[in-house]
Design a protein around this ligand. Structure first.
Ligand SMILES: NC(=O)c1ccc[n+]([C@@H]2O[C@H](COP(=O)([O-])OP(=O)(O)OC[C@H]3O[C@@H](n4cnc5c(N)ncnc54)[C@H](OP(=O)(O)O)[C@@H]3O)[C@@H](O)[C@H]2O)c1
Length: 252
């Protein structure tokens, strides 16, 4: 029999990129553990509206959608304002929305560099700055940034994507240090290759090599990243901050 704990009961979490992939799994994992959520996606869709109403009914939690493009400064600002006006407390922020990109260094344009950084780094940086104001006021908060092993290891073709995730890891550690005094902790999850649409940004031979080396642990499942996010969001990890947790089956 599966054990059922409500590790996040009474907490409210803001999660970005909830409509598919890892973000969708995190939203489901949080709801299953009793968290209310502000579920952020880029666009409103009927599928997503149906998904969150089913989820909120199934787990008896509140899930409020907020729509914004993570590369648009004005949309980020207005989404943050909307969240801060509607919620008295935000306990957890998960910066998950992101884009993949693969190109050799010599083929990587400045335009693409800016485009990837806008979603993977500038957006989460700004969004976090806004929501942290609320966390500082409430003297508590928990930030979880979804980075990547590409921000720590060396993969050919990942100079732009990996740099954006390395920047996110650095931001996480600095937030953990600067805001510790306000009861705010910050950690990052660095997934290895995970079974989502983002894998399509990688060459097929790279994926097949990972599967050859790692067998059924070579490619992570979104639910495995979500389980780690639940742990970091919960009080089980109350004294863990400034850390990067790899979820990659021990593969480099
Ligand atoms: N899959 C992997 O192998 C892997 C490995 C390491 C780290 N990660 C990281 O995990 C996170 C989730 O990725 P995933 O694997 O779940 O990929 P995914 O299935 O491609 O989902 C990406 C999510 O980010 C959202 N997003 C992208 N650009 C956006 C924008 N400009 N504004 C708002 N939302 C935007 C997407 O929304 P739309 O549906 O509107 O596009 C979608 O919800 C990312 O940060 C990624 O870098 C993934």
């Amino acid at each position: 029999m599966a054990l059922s704990y409500k590790l996040l009961a009474g907490k409210t979490a803001v999660i970005t990129g909830c409509n598919r992939g890892i973000g969708k799994a995190i939203l489901e994992g949080f709801a299953a553990n009793g968290a209310n959520a502000i579920a952020c996606t880029r666009k409103e869709t009927i599928e997503f509206s149906r998904f969150i109403s089913l989820l909120s009914e199934k787990y008896s939690v509140s899930i409020i959608p907020v729509y914004f493009d993570a590369s648009d400064v004005d949309e980020i600002k207005s989404a943050a304002r909307q969240i801060m006006a509607s919620e008295k407390q935000i306990h957890i922020l998960v910066n998950n929305a992101g884009v993949g990109y693969n190109a050799l260094f010599q083929m990587s344009s400045l335009e693409k560099l800016k485009e990837v950084f806008e979603v993977n780094f500038f957006g989460p940086f700004l969004f976090t700055q806004y929501l942290i104001k609320l966390m500082v006021r409430q003297n508590s908060g928990n930030i979880i940034n979804i980075s990547s092993t590409a921000g720590m290891d060396t993969y050919d073709g990942q100079s732009i994507y990996g740099s954006s995730k390395a920047a996110m890891i650095c931001m996480t550690k600095v937030i953990a240090s600067e805001l510790r005094a306000f009861g705010i902790r910050a950690n990052s999850i660095a997934p290895g290759m995970t079974e989502t649409d983002m894998l399509l940004s990688l060459p097929k031979d790279v994926i097949l090599e990972k599967i050859r080396k790692g067998g059924d642990k070579g490619i992570c499942k979104p639910s495995e990243i979500a389980d780690t996010a639940v742990f970091l969001a919960s009080d089980l990890s109350a004294n863990i901050s400034g850390q990067v947790i790899r979820v990659d089956g021990g593969m480099k």
